[in-house]
Ligand binder design. Structure first.
Ligand SMILES: [Zn+2]
Length: 92
């Protein structure tokens, strides 16, 4: 019993407010802000595939890491791509 308690203490990772329920997330950089030359194109399916999951749903910001402005651009581009049948609305 005492051993278990010690183990938990040693798992603190030298981080004062380490909580196993809330792992400190690494700060994501918006892929569109990071690369100024990258231009979103709704006709480019390969480029937009990075922002949808295998079901064809648009990934949330916490997954893409995009800033609010660029997430909006991504959403618009994916929706346009769907309309011209470049990307699927759903899969399976
Ligand atoms: Zn951005």
């Amino acid at each position: 019993m005492a051993d278990k308690k010690n183990n938990r203490k040693n798992n603190r990772n030298n981080d004062e407010d380490f909580n196993p329920r809330f792992r400190k997330a690494r700060k994501k950089v918006c892929p569109l802000c990071a690369d100024k030359n990258l231009k979103l194109d709704y006709k480019n399916a390969d480029q937009l595939k990075k922002f949808i999951n295998d079901k064809g749903k648009i990934l949330p910001r916490r997954a893409t890491g995009a800033c609010a402005i660029h997430q909006r651009d991504i959403t618009l581009a994916v929706k346009r791509a769907r309309q011209i049948a470049v990307l699927p609305y759903t899969q399976d």
